[in-house]
Design a protein around this ligand. Structure first.
Ligand code: FES
Ligand code: MG
Length: 577
């Protein structure tokens, strides 16, 4: 480390001072045995850790953090691990999404307020990835991401079972009386049998693919199983590499650009990724002052086929994806077919294309060739019409072809509690042609926009073998879910969007090809209904939820807080002593 480089290190504003403040900054850290020389110009690397026993998907991050630490030390850096709020998908009520922005705020402020020159983000479970990326983006120091990696395959009595996907299907089987409670409990232990994230192409795996595509991780990051030794190697290499990035001043905004974000939309189409990625991606782009909209998602993903045979829309699991070649094999297919910005820079110093142009595929039944796609239609369709003037989304690869052009009468549920109270009633006036409508589950209405958009079907229809119906809401759904499900209707019902005005029996048309979602009620009638409309939700008097409801933006804008869009940078103008 030359003195010249040392002089430009952000951390030297703390550790390079020979005064009372410098004493505070160094002395308290010396309690852990750091000698004086580590304060004299080594790049200080924050290891931002979302380890938590409340987030079962991230419980191996203590080990991963140690591998990063060794890598940083080997490269001459000074690693300091710190915790980040970890909203776990399975336990957090009313929904982990309520806390994505809070975690992002915490990460942003933690990085900026401390003597860090670069950060390694340890992120896994669904919300932990966007929250760390968004927080880091608003500071913009050199950054490398490491994903948790997926769990080993779920296997129940000789059959693959996938996170979430089979949770949903087995729960319906239990409700239909097709399996016993003992079998249900047995499957719980069979499904999640190692550290790591959901091993379907749910939101966590989708976001891990986004991380790798954006170039903010080393190649291969997305699919290496959590407990595979190669993830430890990747962590160690990442620790070494972040020190170089600091020395070369390659900040996050030099990696994540409009081009890399466009690549991520196309990759999401090719992997059949989660609808949740749309919201997180738009929010991240706007943190970086890069314009991004639902229309970009529809336009860029529209002609990209789905190449990956994986649950929820296919048969295989993340471990198969890894063995088949992982994300590099997908990136190669896209790059060879002019669907990538090949020159996008990645954190290993090479372009995306240099990293992936020779990637092999070992199992074509898992990763299909572009010329013989798994499904012709990938991507996320963006629907517009009077039921969603600002847009709604649908994942065509998870929908039933027969329902993608459908007109039917609405059966309206005003809240998720209303649905749960009535859905099992055999007298409910509903059949397979009905369009199920759920209101008040959007960002402000729930609050937090819970994953309740894939409404359970009525048991009387399940027993007749009906497996899918058109469902429409302002909610999200788990990336592990499937069905002809229209999500993220904006504006949401809670702010008086037209979704709030739908009544039982109104005809609704979904037309995927035309990208429309139309409520067949005249503007005049809608205006009359609006005059009678009252919001259902109350804004609490205090606390985080109040802040959330007052400042969260709609889904089409990324559901970030209005005051968090953009970057503040890494400057801290004032001293603490
Ligand atoms: Fe954590 Fe799926 S619940 S990744
Ligand atoms: Mg999920």
């Amino acid at each position: 480390m030359s003195n010249e480089t040392a002089g430009t290190l952000r951390s030297q504003q703390w550790f390079g001072r020979q005064d009372k403040n410098g004493f505070y900054y160094r002395s308290w850290l010396k309690n852990r045995g750091f000698p004086q020389d580590v304060f004299e110009g080594r790049p200080v690397i924050g290891i931002c850790n979302t380890w938590s026993e409340l987030t079962p998907c991230n419980t191996h991050f203590k080990t991963i953090a140690d591998h990063v630490r060794w890598g940083v030390l080997e490269a001459g850096g000074f690693p300091l691990e710190f915790p980040a709020m970890s909203p776990g998908e399975t336990l957090t009520r009313p929904t982990a999404m309520l806390y994505r922005n809070l975690a992002a705020m915490e990460v942003e402020e933690s990085i900026r307020s401390n003597p860090l020159d670069g950060v390694v983000l340890l992120m896994g479970c669904d919300k932990t990835t966007p929250s760390l990326l968004m927080g880091a983006a608003s500071v913009d120091v050199p950054t490398i991401g490491i994903s948790a990696g997926p769990m080993l395959r779920g296997v129940y009595r000789g059959t693959y079972i996938g996170s979430g996907t089979n949770t949903i299907s087995m729960s319906e089987q239990l409700r239909a009386g097709e399996i016993t409670l003992d079998e249900y409990h047995e499957a719980e232990a069979c499904m999640h049998r190692s550290h790591g994230t959901c091993m379907t192409m749910g939101t966590a795996s989708t976001m891990a693919c986004m991380v790798e595509t954006l170039g903010i991780s080393l190649p291969g990051n997305a699919a290496i199983p959590a407990v595979d030794a190669r993830r430890n190697l990747l962590a160690r290499e990442s620790g070494r590499r972040i020190v170089d990035l600091v020395r070369q001043d390659i900040t996050m905004s030099k990696i994540i650009t409009r081009e890399s974000l466009e690549n991520a939309i196309r990759v999401n189409a090719a992997i059949g990724g989660s609808t949740n990625a749309v919201i997180h991606h738009i929010a991240l782009a706007r943190r970086m002052d890069l314009p991004m909209s639902l229309d970009d998602w529809d336009a860029l993903g529209r002609n990209v086929p789905c190449l990956l045979n994986i649950m929820p829309q296919g048969n295989f699991l993340m471990e198969d994806f890894f063995e088949a070649g992982g994300l590099p094999a997908i990136l190669r297919e896209l790059g060879e077919n002019n669907l990538l910005h090949r020159d996008a820079l990645t954190v290993n110093g090479k372009t995306l294309w240099q990293n992936n142009e020779n990637a092999p595929c070992w199992r074509r039944e898992v990763i299909h060739a572009f010329t013989e796609p798994f499904k012709a239609v990938g991507g996320i369709a963006v629907l517009k019409g009077n039921l969603a003037p600002s847009g709604a989304v649908l994942k065509p690869s998870a929908a039933s072809d027969a329902l993608t052009k459908h007109t039917g009468p609405a059966v309206v549920f005003s809240t998720i509690e209303d649905l749960r109270a009535r859905i099992n009633d055999d007298n409910l006036d509903i059949d397979e042609h009905s369009v199920m409508v759920l209101q008040n589950c959007g960002p402000k209405g729930y609050p937090g926009m819970a994953e309740v958009g894939n409404l359970p079907l009525p048991p009387k229809l399940l027993k007749r073998g009906i497996t899918d119906m058109v469902r429409i809401s302002d909610a999200r759904m788990s990336g592990t879910a499937y069905g002809t499900v229209v999500l993220h209707c904006a504006p949401e019902a809670a702010v008086g969007g037209n979704l709030a005005l739908v009544q039982n029996g109104d005809l609704i048309t979904l037309d995927l090809e035309a990208r429309t979602l139309q409520l067949h009620v005249s503007d005049k009638d809608l205006a009359q209904r609006r005059a009678q409309w009252q919001p259902l939700h109350n804004t609490p008097d205090r606390g985080y939820t109040r802040l959330y409801i007052e400042h969260v933006m709609q889904a089409d804008e990324g559901a970030d807080f209005d005051f968090l869009v953009g970057r503040t940078g890494s400057e801290v103008p004032r001293n603490n002593f």
